[in-house]
Design a protein around this ligand. Sequence first.
Ligand SMILES: *Cc1c(COP(=O)(O)O)cnc(C)c1O
Length: 245
Amino acid sequence: MNQTAHIAANLAQVRERMAAAARRAGRSVDEITLLAVSKTHPVELIEQALAAGQQNFGENRVEEAWAKFVAPDSPESLASRLKVADRPRLHLIGPIQSRKASLALACRPALIHAVDRLKIADRLDRLAGEAHIVQEVLLEVNVAGEASKFGFSPLELQRDAELILALPHLRVAGLMTIPPYQPDPEAARPHFVALRLLRDQLAQRYPQADWRHLSMGMSHDFETAIEESATIVRVGTAIFGTRNA
Ligand SMILES: *Cc1c(COP(=O)(O)O)cnc(C)c1O
């Protein structure tokens, strides 16, 4: 099998597994977005996924996202290879460093998944205001309370949510999490449940905001995430294969 067929087959298989997980949970698979996480992979593979009907892509490094998807004057970038109507939707899924915030917004991402502290929310809001845009974002939560991880603790989020929701140039659309890696997908389930319950609490307390998205689940645990109400799953390895970098 050549690589094009490979990626199309991988996508079909992931979509099949998503549909089965949705059925088990009594959900419609149409309410779940598959993000193909293309980090470290070349633009050629993204084009193959596009040709197989994949529309939403995730990158975790801002500079790499810019170079592969957006750079207007690079012959390598999708922006210079594709007509506007054929371009995919880019999601930024990694932490945003302060000095990359401006480039992140310049990527015009469909969604920034990992707003993980008040300071970066403030900065993105100010820069979005200067660019006359409103940026849709998710708030990343460290539900497991791991000291080494990015994200708001549930308590910090309860404390800071009101301030973030008041920022005029950010539109919060839900929560995102990355549970501690464990090969057994069942180990992630309590973290997915915790994110959903936190979302439900926030939605009750701040009904003026839109809490529709739960971005959770990766190659090894996306089915569990779907069973626990994920609306966006971020899948890299199961589509593009293992990464070297
Ligand atoms: C790399 C990455 C993924 C995809 O991981 P896989 O295990 O390859 O599916 C998902 N989410 C984030 C935030 C990532 O950085």
